[in-house]
Design a protein around this ligand. Sequence first.
Ligand SMILES: Cc1cc2nc3c(=O)[nH]c(=O)nc-3n(C[C@H](O)[C@H](O)[C@H](O)COP(=O)(O)OP(=O)(O)OC[C@H]3O[C@@H](n4cnc5c(N)ncnc54)[C@H](O)[C@@H]3O)c2cc1C
Length: 403
Amino acid sequence: MKKDFDVVVVGGGMVGLATAALLAQSPCRGHLRITLLDAGKKPQFSIDNEVGLRVSAISRGSMHILQNIGVWQPILGLRASPYRSMRVWDSRGSVEGPDTLHFDAAEFAVPELGCIVENVLIQDALLRRLESMDVEVRFASPIASISMASDKSLIDIQLQAGRSISADLLVGADGAASLVRESAGIPVRTWRYPQSAFVTHVIPARHHEDTAWQRFLKEGPLALLPLGDGRVSVVWSTTPDKADSAMSASDVELAAMLEQASDEVLGKLTIAGSRGSFPLKSQHAERYVMPGLALVGDSAHAVHPLAGQGANLGIADAAALATVVSEALLRGEHPGDLPTLRRYERERKGANKTMLHFIDALNRLFLNDSEAAANLRGAGMRLFNRSGPIQRRAVQVALGVNV
Ligand SMILES: Cc1cc2nc3c(=O)[nH]c(=O)nc-3n(C[C@H](O)[C@H](O)[C@H](O)COP(=O)(O)OP(=O)(O)OC[C@H]3O[C@@H](n4cnc5c(N)ncnc54)[C@H](O)[C@@H]3O)c2cc1C
């Protein structure tokens, strides 16, 4: 069977685009013909458009990877909002209380803990980079299924449009409902939460002080993430009923709901953005790889947004897979060989699993309204605050502040 491409990436979200760009700039690029297919419309960023509703807290680790791809400076030059502090507290206490977790960039000798960036801006920057590297990206090209070619050395990808293409390596970056994963028969473990994430932007009466604020309520955390124009991006994990009410409330009603949920930490709020709501779950694929196939990003693992980790874990997957594939090519190995791909799985699956379980446990601990759980939270936060090196290491891992 004739091979059309060396690598086909399915999914043009932040993770699929980053994977394609990292592979395209590998030292073996001369050997690699890469294409990326996405079911949706081409994402387009314009500085004249409103700040997009979907933003991500991008860790310093991800900033470093995006820098290596050559897109971080263009992103910074457009609309990235650094955050220099974080405050996390329980609704049973107050933001000024002894149990509040407080981290500052200065403690870690870095200029910022991370940056809040619009998802569409990251995608747009990566797309421009791929264009400059002559990687073909096709939107409105949903795939229908995948199969192993008869000679077992190639993967065959059937497009909904009717034709098929073949490749040595298929990268599934097609999100949490991944068809690549399903077609490959890779089982996934799912944890459903009685929560949806409601998102919007607001203007706070008090300046956000370049701080990411997070208050844990009994139905889930409310995050207020600083934007460069003085607004804050709200991510409110709450019951699906409350998220529905927030979607249909008037601006005045919604502002009152968010002021109550935030304990007015930034004073009165004025709604200044569109709204969205997303049902929440965590999931983890049992395997990330098969011969000729690797999963990256949300297709491999989806996490609760409370720690702002989903895209960051996916970008780290992209970097690990690109390194493993490049090294294999340099050794003259086939990029879709299972031993090669297992190196990627070994590097990422354990780390992702640890983060997924940690975030899941944190969410459950805060969802538990019993006195015992509240005491445990308070004691845990106090202990963590005083734990010095442990606290330092945990923040370094979570925020990637050691790079
Ligand atoms: C409210 C909320 C807040 C969040 N905040 C943060 C944060 O602060 N920091 C952070 O790191 N993460 C955050 N996340 C998580 C983050 O958004 C995701 O982890 C990340 O977007 C996943 O990227 P991806 O590229 O893997 O998948 P996706 O963004 O889901 O992209 C998948 C792509 O695959 C395409 N596709 C799907 N099916 C097909 C098909 N059959 N054929 C072809 N293409 C297909 C889709 O069109 C899509 O473009 C948040 C998530 C939520 C819900």
